[in-house]
Design a protein around this ligand. Structure first.
Ligand code: CMX
Length: 461
């Protein structure tokens, strides 16, 4: 309790006048207040420091996936290799203390995380509730999207369906329409925000309809409940509204998975596409297709598939030794161990730890064989990966744990799991689109080099 009030005070004095905590301004009004200072900060950087050097570009960056290259602006979160993610300076544990949950609940909700990501401020309860109401009001799918989604074959991967549904909504883009009319550059962010809020609001209905069509054809989908938060409605529309624990888990998972710096493939892709002034629907659809790769977001589906293969092979007597054996079999066959390793992290992912802690508060989860397998794998996998000697990070990432809890509560169709990740990651990717337009960031255009040119440059140097 004491830590909670200290954190609130700290955060308040660092970034906002005290009166903010008693107001119920809209998220747009809150943004209007913070944008001028950030614009001024960027202008100062341009004028005073545009020639300052932040690091060297080495050949290893160009041929090694630009790992670690400091080359893009991202405001909402920063990833430390050992400590993990911070959202505007707050760790996951800090967020769990200060961000308002759903009334009666304990976990962070998407709305309070979105408010933090977008404005850099901790919202009040009232601001969080009014944001939930705004999203609920905007959450219905238009008929043409319903028709489009219903026309897809159920064999089409849920992520493909999600990306296509999101892209198709661009026919309603406020940004695209205003651009056609000839809006001023200073207005870009307001229309971007409008599109982002509409897209975020509709994602649960879109994602739930895909789930219904693929796994429960014909089952009625409940209407949006205006007294619920975004994820409460999502859970309800998926058919799990009466499962309080699953709904709380989804709230936590979607909030802490909402942003992970800008360089990851999905965030970077939507940022790049947005830089061409493609509207937020097209930009985020592009990000979703990056998320659909097995080295990125699809890993949470792969973890369950890999675990089930292991269970089939090992049988009911699961010991540390036979898990080790299966890990070596995977590695020796040239495959990656899904859910382990990371492009930036060099310690166990705090999101993995937060999901483990959720399990520790619920004895029924600790007894679940799939969850036990995740925990037992964690006991041995880091040493096996160290001995294997390739990965720079032998520890679990969030995907090692995210699916098994869904599986326990009956959401067993793991080809769907990346869709939930896609609903979540919209929080961060769309936040950055708003900021990129508010700051007037230019179209991205890095320089590419051929191997011959690299050789010439290296010899010249
Ligand atoms: N199992 C086996 N080998 C692994 C490994 C793992 N979990 N993680 C990395 N390696 C290998 C790489 O494939 C690479 O091998 P090569 O030299 O033969 O190409 C080597 O170790 C070095 O890789 P790295 O620098 O440590 O890791 P990268 O930054 O290149 O890749 C990641 C990061 C996440 C793609 C990789 O760790 C991986 O494939 N993990 C498994 C898939 C996964 O869990 N992805 C989800 C990540 C989180 C997210 O984006 O959602």
């Amino acid at each position: 309790m004491l830590r909670r009030s200290v954190l609130k005070l700290l955060h308040r004095s660092a970034s906002a006048p005290a009166r903010r905590y008693a107001s119920t301004k809209s998220i747009r009004e809150a943004l209007e207040e913070v944008i001028p200072a950030k614009q001024a900060q960027l202008k100062k950087l341009k004028v005073e420091h545009s020639q300052a050097v932040l690091g060297d570009v080495k050949v290893e960056h160009v041929i090694g996936g630009m790992r670690g290259l400091k080359s893009m602006l991202w405001e909402a979160s920063v990833l430390d290799p050992n400590e993990g993610i911070r959202f505007h300076g707050l760790t996951i544990a800090d967020c769990q203390e200060v961000l308002p949950p759903f009334p009666g609940g304990k976990e962070i909700i998407a709305e309070s995380m979105l408010w933090l990501l977008l404005t850099g401020k901790v919202p009040t309860e009232a601001e969080t509730r009014s944001l939930s109401q705004e999203l609920a009001r905007k959450g219905e799918l238009p008929d043409y999207i319903v028709k489009l989604i219903d026309s897809f074959p159920s064999t089409l991967h849920p992520m493909t369906q999600l990306g296509m549904g999101v892209a198709a909504m661009n026919q309603e883009s406020a940004f695209a329409a205003a651009y056609e009319r000839g809006m001023k550059k200073s207005e870009y962010w307001t229309y971007t925000l409008e599109d982002c809020m509409n897209l975020l609001a509709r994602l649960p209905a879109l994602a739930a309809r895909i789930y219904r069509n693929v796994y429960n054809p014909g089952k009625p989908i409940p209407a949006i409940d205006h007294s619920l938060d975004l994820v409460g409605n999502y859970s309800n529309m998926l058919g799990f509204g009466n499962n309080y624990d699953l709904t709380e888990y989804l709230r936590l998972y979607i909030a802490i998975h909402g942003d992970h710096e800008g360089g990851n493939a999905s965030a970077h892709t939507s940022h790049l596409v947005g830089s061409t002034l493609s509207d937020p629907y097209l930009s985020y659809a592009a990000g979703l297709f990056a998320l659909a790769g097995p080295l990125h977001g699809l890993a949470n589906q792969e973890v369950l598939r890999w675990q089930q293969n292991m269970q089939k092979e090992i049988g009911s007597e699961i010991t540390h030794d036979n898990i080790k054996e299966f890990l070596w079999k995977t590695l020796k066959s040239g495959q990656v161990v899904p859910g382990y390793g990371h492009g930036v992290l060099r310690s166990p992912d705090p999101r993995f730890i937060a999901l483990q802690k959720f399990c520790e508060t619920r004895p029924e989860l600790l007894k679940d064989p799939t969850i036990q397998l995740v925990r037992k794998t964690y006991d041995v996998a880091p040493d096996v990966l160290k001995e294997h000697g390739k990965t720079k990070n032998p520890y679990p990432n969030v995907d090692a744990a995210s699916g098994c809890v869904l599986y326990h509560y009956g959401l067993t169709q793991f080809k769907y799991y990346t869709v939930i990740f896609g609903v979540s990651r919209a929080l961060g990717a769309l936040t950055q689109l708003v900021w990129a337009r508010a700051l007037g960031l230019p179209i991205e255009r890095p320089k590419s080099l051929s191997m011959d040119t690299i050789e010439k440059l290296v010899k010249g140097a």
